[in-house]
Design a binder for this molecule. Structure first.
Ligand code: ZN
Length: 241
């Protein structure tokens, strides 16, 4: 998954959030944005978007305002406590977006994100309440960020939590050159976890990974049948002697 990450005011390139996405296997374009000149920041972000054609744009705080003020076509947005009231002229958001915000944010009020969705006629379900501060750098917020990117890159417009424990196949093969992805429901906490798929690794794959939300180990089974249908499911990793 190719992500354009637009950092916040006086944030460093290569901070916790883009680093987390890189560790999770994303290709992250993380251009340095001018802290003083908002117009220059928007032009830099627009040039990076035009050059790299990302599948998802993530904008953090002031970077969220930058994301709203570039021409990004149908590319989905994940905004982290976006500072749209403070910078730029755009006061609405497109429908394929998710916003992450903490009610305890003392820099950008949670209500600003509610207002942004209200302005746009969009459902409050697109606003996910996570974290305990403005930074959203805690493990839960990072996991939700990754999940939100995966959901939107797969072309879904609203978060859908599957009921059953074996998640249905959810594979993104729609964009040429994009990395295939699937998702499974963690056996322990039932969160939907998006994982990259290596379709060249054979029709039956099994590996162990720790759930990024609850940290418990799952044994992941991937099964690809002849017509390309992918099934992924998780079992607890444990030994019964
Ligand atoms: Zn879990």
């Amino acid at each position: 998954m190719k992500v354009l990450f637009l950092h916040g005011w006086h944030s460093v390139v290569g901070g916790v959030k883009p680093s987390y996405l890189i560790q999770a296997g994303c290709e992250v374009i993380n251009p340095p944005l001018d802290d003083d000149d908002f117009g220059a920041a928007v032009r830099t972000a627009q040039a990076a978007y035009d050059q790299h054609q990302p599948q998802v744009i993530v904008g953090s705080s002031r970077g969220g305002a930058v994301a709203l003020n570039i021409d990004s076509g149908d590319t989905p947005l994940v905004l982290l406590c976006p500072a749209w009231r403070n910078w730029g002229t755009v006061t609405t958001i497109k429908s394929n977006c998710l916003i992450l915000h903490s009610r305890a944010d003392d820099v950008i009020p949670f209500e600003d994100s509610e207002t942004l969705l209200f302005n746009s006629g969009l459902s409050s379900e697109m606003l996910l309440e996570v974290g305990a501060d403005h930074r959203l750098a805690d493990p839960e917020s990072l996991a939700v960020l990754l999940w939100a990117c995966g959901v939107l890159a797969a072309g879904e417009t609203l978060p859908v939590i599957a009921e059953e424990s074996a998640a249905a196949a959810n594979i993104d093969g729609s964009q040429a050159g994009s990395q295939a992805e699937g998702s499974y429901l963690c056996d322990a906490c039932s969160e939907e976890i998006v994982v990259p798929l290596d379709l060249t690794a054979g029709p039956r794959q099994t590996y162990v990974e720790d759930c990024p939300v609850c940290c418990r180990a799952n044994t992941i089974h991937v099964q690809i049948d002849d017509d390309g249908q992918v099934s992924i499911w998780a079992e607890p990793e444990q030994d019964y002697d």
